[in-house]
Ligand binder design. Structure first.
Ligand code: NIG
Ligand code: FE
Length: 413
């Protein structure tokens, strides 16, 4: 088998525009986050799965244009190219659905009522435990197809719906098998067979972490009232860090419980959600290297306040955008839709939204050296938008804005 991932050349020509976050050290902040390089009447050339070059059509070397056979061409007229989108926060490994809960919520049911009817994270845990590894792998593959249709070329996915040894490890393997970057969300909820969170963590750290650390790239914890408190989160994350995992936190979703100070203390990659973050948290995050991951789809679905994105960016924080794709709070795999929400609800510009779901999301996943920008040597992950202007990515609310997705130099959709 060839070790050249693309194995051939792919030329996209006559693009209305090509847009990429401008060069700058990841994660992008402040003015650098808002800097987009736009080339009109553009081409992009992919070779062996990497970007070889891009620029205006007039600079496309005549000899190259004449070569055929070994060079696949895509007619880019009426289309715009942006980097493949990077979804750095999903819960794509689950079985079953929560559509009944969705209906109950639509007509005004409270969380208490939902809990009484067996809803919430633990309902998905039950379905996921009984699915088996093959069905979980199929589920992640199916979700990846949906993501690709929406322009996502790299995605993180968390375990956290198993919460027993077998299903947590099966989830991490399923995510890898389906091409995702796995995060061990071993501390998502306390499963019913344990008396309390500490007893569950005793088990998870002793019995699951050693193997999870071999399969996952990062660890994540839900730091919230009713889930894990700050001491439990510190204990979990410290053990995971010692096992070599990068650290993430679900924090400040409903209440501030010290997630940002803990993330800074432990040198976490990110703290995600931030709907409840106040001024002190904004200042502390802005002064740190921790990325704030904004998840406006889940805030919208749960009818929660939006995170203070504008204040975070203005204060100098590094932010990323992600879907939070999951069966409960955000059954949404579309980063273009999230970009729309970023512009209309979070007050980010289209350029800031683009940087947040490309370069900065890639940084959260430790891949900013290869993903998130169109630049020579970067992975040839490209989204072709059915649009005359790249800002349609956010402007076209819920529309079919993605015409084609190219991953590693191959048109995958
Ligand atoms: O990020 N907050 C915790 N976990 C998920 C929700 C998962 C679920 O509802 O199944 C979130 O929103
Ligand atoms: Fe989440």
């Amino acid at each position: 088998m060839s070790d050249r991932p693309g194995g051939r050349r792919l030329l996209v020509r006559d693009l209305a525009q090509l847009a990429t976050p401008a060069a700058g050290e990841a994660p992008l902040r402040g003015d650098a986050l808002a800097a987009v390089e736009v080339v009109r009447d553009a081409y992009v050339l992919c070779e062996d799965g990497r970007i070889a070059s891009f620029g205006p059509m007039r600079e496309l070397d005549a000899g190259l244009r004449e070569s055929d056979g070994e060079l696949e061409e895509i007619d880019g007229r009426g289309l715009c190219a942006v980097p493949g989108l990077v979804d750095c926060h999903t819960h794509a490994c689950f079985a079953g659905d929560r559509v009944d809960e969705f209906e109950l919520r639509a007509t005004g049911a409270s969380y208490e009522e939902l809990h009484a009817t067996g809803g919430g994270i633990l309902a998905t845990v039950q379905a996921t435990r009984s699915a088996g590894e093959a069905a979980l792998t199929d589920a992640v593959r199916r979700h990846r197809r949906w993501m690709r249709r929406a322009g996502t070329t790299a995605f993180e996915a968390k375990s956290g719906y198993g919460l027993d040894r077998e299903t947590e490890l099966a989830s991490l393997r399923a995510i890898r098998e389906a091409g995702g970057i796995p995060t061990w969300l071993g501390a998502h909820a306390v499963p019913p067979e344990f008396a309390d969170a500490d007893a569950y963590l005793d088990f998870a750290l002793a019995e699951v972490l050693p193997e999870a650390a071999r399969l996952a790239a990062a660890a994540d914890v839900f730091l919230e009232e009713g889930a894990f408190n700050v001491d439990q989160a510190r204990r979990y994350l410290t053990a995971c860090r010692a096992a070599g995992l990068a650290l993430r936190l679900h924090g400040d979703q409903f209440t501030e419980q010290g997630a940002i100070p803990l993330a800074v203390e432990l040198g976490a990659r990110s703290v995600d959600h931030l709907e409840a973050t106040g001024e002190a948290g904004i200042r502390m995050l802005a002064a740190s290297d921790v990325v704030g991951v904004l998840l406006p789809a889940s805030a919208l679905v749960l009818d929660r306040p939006m995170p203070p994105a504008r204040a975070l960016v203005d204060a100098g924080a590094a932010v990323a955008l992600a879907t939070d794709f999951n069966p409960g709070s955000a059954f949404c795999e579309s980063l273009p839709l999230v970009c729309s929400l970023a512009c209309t609800q979070l007050r980010l510009s289209p350029a800031e939204a683009l940087g947040a779901c490309t370069v900065n999301a890639a940084y959260v996943l430790g891949r900013a050296d290869r993903k998130g920008r169109l630049a020579p040597g970067f992975d040839a992950d490209v989204v072709l938008l059915d649009a005359p202007d790249w800002r349609y990515l956010a402007y076209h609310l819920g529309g079919q804005v993605v015409s084609r997705t190219i991953a590693a130099g191959r048109a995958v959709r």
